[in-house]
Design a protein around this ligand. Sequence first.
Ligand code: SF4
Length: 374
Amino acid sequence: MSFAEVLDNLALKKSELLNRFQYLIAPKSDHQLEAMAQASSSLTVQNFGRTMRLFAPLYLSNECINNCQYCGFSRDNPILRLTLEVDEVIAEAQHLARQGFRQILLVTGEHPKFAGRDYLAKCVRALAPHFSSISIEVGPMETEDYVPIVEAGAEGLVVYQETYNRGIYAEMHTAGPKRDFNFRLACVERGYAAGFRRLGIGALIGLSRWQDEALALAAHLEYLFKRCWQAQITVSLPRLRPAAGGFHPLFSMTDRELVQLICALRITFPQLGIVLSTRERASLRDSLALIGVTMMSAGSHTEPGGYTGQGREHVHRTVRGRIVAPDYQNGEDELATGQFEISDERSPAEIAAILRHRGLEAVWKDWDQALCGV
Ligand code: SF4
């Protein structure tokens, strides 16, 4: 049975595991939440040790053919756009390597003309000798298009469904191939078939009731743990942040609810990697690091060229797939536009020092690769 069928029947048919998860995300007293946090924290230490994997996103391109109401990169937003050349990608990556990162996430909007399969494979091949783990977060592809990217050296694929609610998904994605809900839903399985061995899924928190998204996400995780058993699976729970286009979240999730969801996921899926981005503020990230999160981005920029100013000279606007001169408007600083505002602006070194202070070791590099001397 495909996951699309599982999802569509979720209201009628849930496994024991999902029933327990649903109980864990129901309203809880402070005392109950405290007990969940303690259980979550111990399970995290048992399964991951006192460690935190640190990674950096590297935005390669903010071109996009889709319109997603919540995203600054939407094709109809008249933002400043840029796709980095391969040598510019290397310069940005070298900056991250100098900061200590050996795990990077290459991010693009969805635009086959600017950032398609061959471009991605070239970028990955250029970076593979310098990074122990390369993941991609790009528009969904067919299995055969992922293969050359895996062969070039990428091991991770991240695809958020954004929302598991079909009606809201249709409202949010008004134009472009992303409107195909089922194609996106099956994406990580195609990536697994192509050879990716780290798979990341997630939902944007703020598009629908968080409890509904969480239950669907848990169902997806349960499905993937069975189907893609050779992969390490991670989940992200990004809460919507301000972005170009001025979208306001339709639903909210408090910090307390985020804590509860992280605990519920850890208790239900002890081996699940839980990722936290710089969208969240520093003090909350520091607290969540002790409860269940296993992987954090640090020092992030969400605009192509954001780390070193690479590609400045070919920043432009894109109108109907055509590049046009930028005509900078008041206040624009001639850099490509970022995807969203980040909240934790501390440097990677500062974040690593705080983790150490809290008894956690920052892991910049995978152990298995490190032992091989790569
Ligand atoms: S969310 Fe992704 S697909 Fe949608 S506009 Fe942004 S970059 Fe493009």
